[in-house]
Design a protein around this ligand. Sequence first.
Ligand code: NAP
Length: 263
Amino acid sequence: MASSILVTGGTGRLGTLVVGRLRAASESVRVLSRHAHGTDDGGARVIGDLATGAGVEAAVAGIRTVVHCAGNAKGDAAMTRTLVRAAQDAGVQHLVFISVVGAERVPVVSGVDRAVFGYFAAKRAAEQVVAESGIPYSTLRATQFQESMLAVVRQMAKSPVIPAPTGTRFQPVAVDEVAAALVELALGEPAGAVPDLGGPRAYLMADLIRGYLAATGRRRLFLPVRFPGAAAAAIRAGANLVPERAVGKQTWEELLAEQTAAP
Ligand SMILES: NC(=O)c1ccc[n+]([C@@H]2O[C@H](COP(=O)([O-])OP(=O)(O)OC[C@H]3O[C@@H](n4cnc5c(N)ncnc54)[C@H](OP(=O)(O)O)[C@@H]3O)[C@@H](O)[C@H]2O)c1
């Protein structure tokens, strides 16, 4: 059967779960990746690079719906533009995009803003590329993925002294809940900008770290740090949070219990 749904970033943390859920729903799925090997995605892989455009035309050929989960620290808007151009030419009928809560609320003005929080502006620019593409679309903004936060916290906890940004809160959401929401969008009609998806609770960054340390029986010293700049101030004011959409189910404590349990 020819694939009808393309998942960009289908080898990543979110995309892998999206692909699994689409396949479980009996959809035929193609995955775009820069690499021939790596995560098992069931074989229907097209090699391509959204940064250079190589292979992208072939990846979207014959595709009805694109779920765009590919993301990079840099170049999100340019990558999305490349995808959109190819999708327009191929007659794609639905483009599903994952963005981040706060994309339009975190001001990225100075070099410091850009260095630490440029991600938000890049996602906002990519959202605009999608919205202005002329392709019917659905865009979902999610808060930080719990599993991504855990990877960061694990890394931080390797150091005997942990720099903890003061006043910074996160509302982590289980990545599989985001995958489920994206799949529901992909299988439905294009819905434009849909309501945000946030985790069940917001936590100070220091408390996320403390929870991990307690769950793994570690003790560390904390070094409070305060990032300068307008973007950091907006984050401290909660621009990355969406309390009115705290609809995620799994809590940080539940993730820790699952991920730090002895085998
Ligand atoms: N992590 C979070 O907390 C969070 C929160 C809200 C929204 N999001 C958004 O959700 C999406 C997925 O995040 P994630 O954490 O699952 O990412 P991830 O695990 O880092 O995966 C990134 C994916 O992007 C693909 N990719 C990167 N550069 C590419 C390029 N030049 N051409 C083609 N593919 C490329 C990678 O594929 P290959 O390496 O196989 O080529 C990989 O599958 C991103 O758009 C991210 O901005 C993330």
